[in-house]
Design a protein around this ligand. Structure first.
Ligand code: ADP
Length: 193
């Protein structure tokens, strides 16, 4: 059976870094709606151009856009061992759509993890990433919005996943390798269950 995981965490929490490590080690596929949207922007598609305006303000793009992007990927062979959902779902409507999508395939979400990092550390990480990667939403104003968005959408979506399972809380302040160990411990528990 595929193993489906959701990574929750504020911008700069290290979801992308950890997802890449887990992808390489376990053959799961990271599906990041943020990465997919940035690919659309880079390719200068109509969708990308519309999304960029919204993303640069640190606001959410429409549910239908991200749901369609995810739906277009879950059946690809690289997802056969399972998916790490990163940055999705961000609303209850997205969570419901994801559940329906997985259910139709005889699957479900197996593990939900939340990476916790202090706001101060996030700002420092994002400032560093702004210099390294030049993402147009990595500026102080948009970051403030994205953090506020994260607080509000996690308050909307996390309770949806808190029952019947528990959300695994990861200390995202630890060094990268230690965070990976925390995640692997939870993956092993999840697989044994
Ligand atoms: P962050 O580091 O802020 O968590 P992401 O790379 O996940 O960034 O997303 C960047 C932006 O893309 C978000 O601020 C939002 O505008 C848009 N986006 C990504 N995923 C979603 C989603 N599931 N629903 C709505 N908008 C999204």
């Amino acid at each position: 059976m595929p193993l489906n995981i959701i990574f929750f965490g504020p911008p700069g929490a290290g979801k992308g870094t950890q997802a890449k490590i887990i992808e390489d080690k376990y053959g799961l596929k990271q599906l990041s709606t943020g990465d997919m949207l940035r690919a659309e922007i880079k390719a200068e598609t109509e969708l990308g151009l519309a999304a960029k305006k919204v993303m640069d303000r640190g606001e959410l793009v429409s549910d239908q856009i991200v749901i369609d992007m995810i739906a277009g990927r879950v059946d690809s062979p690289e997802c056969a061992k399972g998916v790490i959902f990163d940055g999705f779902p961000r609303t209850e409507a997205q969570a419901l759509a994801l559940d329906a999508m997985l259910k139709a395939r005889g699957q479900s979400i197996d593990i939900v993890m939340e990476l916790k990092v202090d706001d101060g550390a996030l700002v420092a990480r994002i400032e560093k990433r702004a210099k390294e990667e030049g993402r147009s939403d990595d500026n102080v104003e948009a970051l403030k919005n994205r953090l506020a968005q994260y607080r509000s959408y996690s308050a909307e979506v996390l309770p949806y996943y808190n029952a019947p399972r528990e959300i695994a809380v990861i200390d995202g302040m630890a060094p990268i390798a230690d965070v990976t160990v925390q995640i692997e411990n939870i993956l092993n528990l999840g697989q044994a269950a």
